[in-house]
Write a protein that binds this ligand. Structure first.
Ligand SMILES: C[S@@+](CC[C@H](N)C(=O)[O-])C[C@H]1O[C@@H](n2cnc3c(N)ncnc32)[C@H](O)[C@@H]1O
Length: 198
């Protein structure tokens, strides 16, 4: 009998995500960040950059409830649908003010970015590409985040991290770097937590 090949990406977090009905294991990273920093609250308007397949948005909709709204953006389509969830299938670098005006939401309480570049395996290239995405998320925080608002932004660790952190410190009163337990072993992924926009 043919032996089934073990999928190296299917670990206990992926199994748990499947069991709980989330489209991706990454939800557990956001859950941990939320438990620690409590940035998302009922009634909030949240922008989720790099939302596909949709597990972060699904989890955030559960928290914000019927008085809140979640806007997702991704190049790829999402597998999650809800009355509270508006989705734009777009590259973040092409987003304009008009896109948000058309949705009727131009200010957010929280901005999330789980955006990741297609990895090449070349550490410096992957780091620099993730820096570009994190800086784009920061630019959107400057334009769209309310005073007092917070951001959670993924970045791959590397030599540019201190510079990026300094840029976040210019607009947030407090900035932390956090690595959730659900992050894969050996991954360079970290999250910049920007609290209390100035
Ligand atoms: C790790 S996945 C996000 C998983 C998601 N948070 C979830 O829980 O389902 C990273 C996403 O970033 C998106 N992404 C990467 N570059 C992007 C860009 N320039 N604009 C929009 N989305 C982008 C990818 O298409 C991918 O879906």
């Amino acid at each position: 009998m043919k032996k089934l090949k073990k999928n190296p990406w299917f670990d206990k977090w992926a199994a748990l995500a499947k069991e709980k009905g989330y489209p991706a294991r990454s939800v557990f990273k956001l859950k941990e960040i939320q438990e620690k920093f409590k940035v998302i609250k009922p009634g909030f308007k949240v922008l989720d950059l790099g939302a596909s397949p949709g597990s972060w948005s699904q989890f955030v909709c559960e928290i914000v409830g019927p008085q809140g709204k979640v806007v997702g953006v991704d190049i790829e389509p999402v597998k999650f649908h809800s009355k509270l969830f508006l989705f734009m299938q777009k590259d973040v670098f092409t987003l304009t003010k008009k896109d948000f005006e058309e949705l009727g939401i131009t200010q957010f309480d929280v901005i999330l970015s789980d955006m990741a570049p297609k990895t090449t395996g070349i550490e410096t290239t992957d780091h620099l590409r993730s820096v570009e995405l994190a800086m784009k998320a920061l630019e959107l925080c400057k334009e769209l985040l309310k005073e007092g608002g917070s951001a959670i932004v993924k970045i791959f660790d590397g030599p540019e991290l201190p510079k990026v952190r300094k840029e976040f410190e210019k607009i947030f009163l407090s900035v932390k770097i956090f690595r959730p337990k659900a992050t894969r072993k050996g991954s360079k992924e970290l999250f910049i937590i920007g609290l209390n926009k100035k």
